[in-house]
Design a protein around this ligand. Structure first.
Ligand code: HPA
Ligand code: ZN
Length: 329
């Protein structure tokens, strides 16, 4: 059994495996511009975040019904369970679906059909985090938050994803304030392709409690010091960083330096169907390429539970941490 862990940076749409994409396309009468799964896999030659996002949004066309979202989430949870995931805080991108004519209920209720049964079916507790697309307008984000109001009992927090450069956190100040007033937790992607200034801005102007990626903080020692001092968790995604060329190779990944600096790092899979690995695959990859010790891996697993939004169930968090502490490599 792999090391028990929480997954905190996982886009549910990024778990759409080619097989399921074709199955849903057939079920819904959607024609994909690829002959088969091999040809689709060949399209996975990403050069940067944008070339990935183009394909990621294109393939979402196969998701049409509640059952599609349920099947997508259920397939992810089944795989995650084999990778030692005990708790998952799952991102979804409603704007990408609303723009295709679906409604918020189809997306949230569909996902919930799988998440609501995840503990009994897969042994994984879950939370849902609604992301805003930062390359859409601030007004669109506000409208999306409004559309989510009937479903807030299902949604723990908000996030910010999609094309980062040119879309600084400040653009979303108002919607983050509104979400905070509704009692929602706040995270945001920052410092993946964007500069370290976006990380500081996300903390200062959006009040984020966790930074997704945050890789480029390493360019600013004063920022690193602040992140350490304030115990701000970073949700790193090593295989994603290689595929989207944030780092040249896994051996060049700054994770060991980040841990040495005292940063509260976690390891996650981001969009596993696209980037070649689920949670434990990422753990295994950093272990092999970066020579992390077992104690470092245990620290990463502990961090994942410490950084998760389990304040509503501290008993559960303590149980998960005890599982990590008792784990024999
Ligand atoms: N970064 C930004 N947006 C995204 C990502 C990512 O890694 N995955 C899905 N949307
Ligand atoms: Zn991401």
């Amino acid at each position: 059994m792999p090391l028990p862990k929480a997954e905190l940076h996982l886009h549910i749409e990024g778990t759409l495996e080619p097989d399921l994409a074709f199955e849903l396309a057939a079920r819904n009468g959607v024609k994909l511009p690829y002959a088969d799964t091999d040809e689709l896999r060949e399209a996975y030659r990403f050069e940067d975040l944008q070339s990935f996002l183009d394909l990621y949004y294109e393939l979402m066309a196969v998701l049409r019904t509640e059952r599609d979202f349920e099947d997508l989430a259920d397939a992810y949870l089944a795989r995650a369970a084999t990778q030692g995931v005990r708790h998952a805080e799952i991102f979804f991108d409603p704007q990408a679906h609303l723009a295709r004519g679906l409604d918020m209920g189809t997306v949230v209720e569909g996902l919930w059909r799988a998440l609501g049964r995840s503990e009994e079916n897969h042994g994984i507790s879950t939370k849902l985090i609604m992301c805003f697309l930062r390359d859409e307008s601030a007004d669109s984000a506000l409208e999306t938050l409004d559309a989510a109001r009937p479903y807030l009992d299902r949604i723990t927090g908000i996030g910010l994803d999609s094309a980062e450069v040119g879309h600084p956190p400040v653009k979303f100040r108002e919607v983050y304030e509104a979400a905070a007033a509704l009692g929602l937790r706040r995270v945001a992607h920052a410092g993946e392709e964007g500069p370290p200034e976006y990380i500081a801005e996300a903390l200062d102007l959006l009040g984020v409690e966790r930074v997704d990626h945050g890789l480029r903080c390493m360019e600013d020692p004063a920022l690193v010091e602040r992140l350490v001092r304030e115990r701000i968790p970073l949700t790193l995604c090593p295989l994603s960083n290689v595929r989207l060329r944030a780092v040249d190779t896994l051996a060049d990944h700054p994770l060991p330096a980040m841990l040495d600096a005292g940063l509260l790092c976690t390891v996650n899979s981001d969009d596993p169907a696209y980037f070649g690995g689920y949670a434990e695959d990422n753990f295994r990859a950093v272990r092999e390429s970066l020579g992390l010790t077992e104690e470092r891996l245990r620290e990463l697993a502990r961090n994942s539970f410490l950084a998760s939004f389990l304040e509503d169930d501290e008993e559960r968090r303590a149980r998960y941490l005890a599982e990590v502490d008792a784990y024999a490599f």
